[in-house]
Design a protein around this ligand. Structure first.
Ligand code: SAM
Length: 329
């Protein structure tokens, strides 16, 4: 009941919040401290006037509950919400009973629409930008709008939240200390392999967006260009059929070679083996190889296995040899 009273106070000052009031009343139990506190937080947000500016609002990538309280408040209070596809985004707005006007901003109308959005900011409007899913501007429209709004001195405010990039990276089981987001690979094989060759030496995990139709071909090309490094294919993140496949690139490529993949896909590749290999790992392999091979051959075999330079393998091999010589009576 506390929720309803609090919301009633707010709705009396702002028509738009009636919709949110209804959403909370319908969608959440009115007892329990989590629900009360969540409603209290939104109530607090809604009771403060929203400043003029461009709000970049992250929205769910599948599970409609993955939205922040602040995002709900801003979408409710904004004068207009720009989105890629009004029909698609209406589902989210209706789910939370938010009645703010939706207008399209996508690659086909961006040039024509941008001056109107900037004029709205000049008039002091509160404008939200969302995309079909996740964080706007991440392989989605908005970069030029943000740049121009910032250049003209308007406030640009980020509301962080879901993105398939971080959802995939953080569940892949691959190094996260540094990573590169590479977006979508080219659709044609020649260009795709060329792009992969450019990325082959990047010493960190790489996150790729991929379509289900092309994922098998891309994994095969990654295996050909990147070799046998660890990777993860994340499908349908946050949705009912969320699914992760982890393994080496050749194994992943083989496992989907004849499969019909469906749903949304992110592929994360680990760093090149060379970036992960320590001197101790390389020396252990060299010591084993030196039992049957010459230094030259062992260095060649081990440099290929780890993807490291022959010189590094040779120097470590020399150290092993001189240590052995030192131990001899
Ligand atoms: N801006 C969005 C974000 O921050 O996640 C991404 C938009 S991009 C146009 C769409 C691509 O993101 C999809 O083709 C897929 O690669 C990835 N993606 C989006 N939602 C996903 C999900 N639920 N599971 C896996 N991948 C997803």
């Amino acid at each position: 009941m506390i929720i309803m009273q609090a919301m009633a106070r707010v709705t009396s000052t702002d028509d738009k919040t009636e919709a949110l009031d209804e959403a909370i009343a319908l969608g959440s139990p009115v007892t329990g401290s989590v629900a009360e506190r969540a409603a209290g937080a939104i109530t607090q947000q809604l009771s403060r006037p929203l400043a003029s500016g461009l709000y970049i609002v992250a929205t769910p990538i599948g599970n409609l509950s993955d939205i922040t309280l602040r995002a709900l408040a801003v979408l409710t209070q904004a004068d207009v919400v720009y989105c890629e596809d009004t029909r698609h985004s209406r589902t989210l707005m209706q789910h939370y009973a938010i009645g703010t006007r939706l207008k399209p901003y996508h690659e086909h109308n961006a040039e024509a629409e941008r001056p109107h959005i900037l004029a709205g900011l000049e008039r002091g409007q509160r404008i939200a930008l969302i995309s079909d899913a996740g964080t706007p501007l991440i392989s989605d429209p908005g970069f030029k709008l943000v740049r121009e709004a910032a250049d003209l001195g308007y406030s640009v405010i980020s509301l962080p939240g879901p993105s398939a990039v971080l959802a995939a990276l953080t569940s892949a089981g691959l190094p996260t200390d540094a990573f590169l987001f590479a977006g979508f690979l080219p659709s044609k094989q020649l260009a795709r392999r060329a792009r992969l060759s450019e990325l082959a030496q990047v010493p960190s995990s790489i996150v790729f967006f991929e379509s289900p139709q092309r994922a098998a071909e891309s994994l095969a090309d990654m295996a050909a260009v990147f070799g046998s490094r660890q990777a993860c294919m994340a499908r349908e993140l946050t949705k009912l059929h969320e699914d992760f496949r982890r393994g080496t690139l050749p194994n992943l490529a083989a496992s989907v070679a004849d499969a019909t993949l469906k749903g949304e896909i992110v592929i994360v590749t680990g760093p090149p083996l060379a970036a992960l290999a320590t001197d101790a790992d390389i020396s252990a392999k060299l010591a084993a190889a030196l039992e049957t091979m010459s230094l030259k051959d062992a260095a060649k075999a081990v440099s290929e296995a780890f993807g490291i330079s022959k010189a590094r393998a040779y120097d470590l091999g020399l150290q092993i040899k001189s240590n052995e010589a030192g131990k001899r009576p």
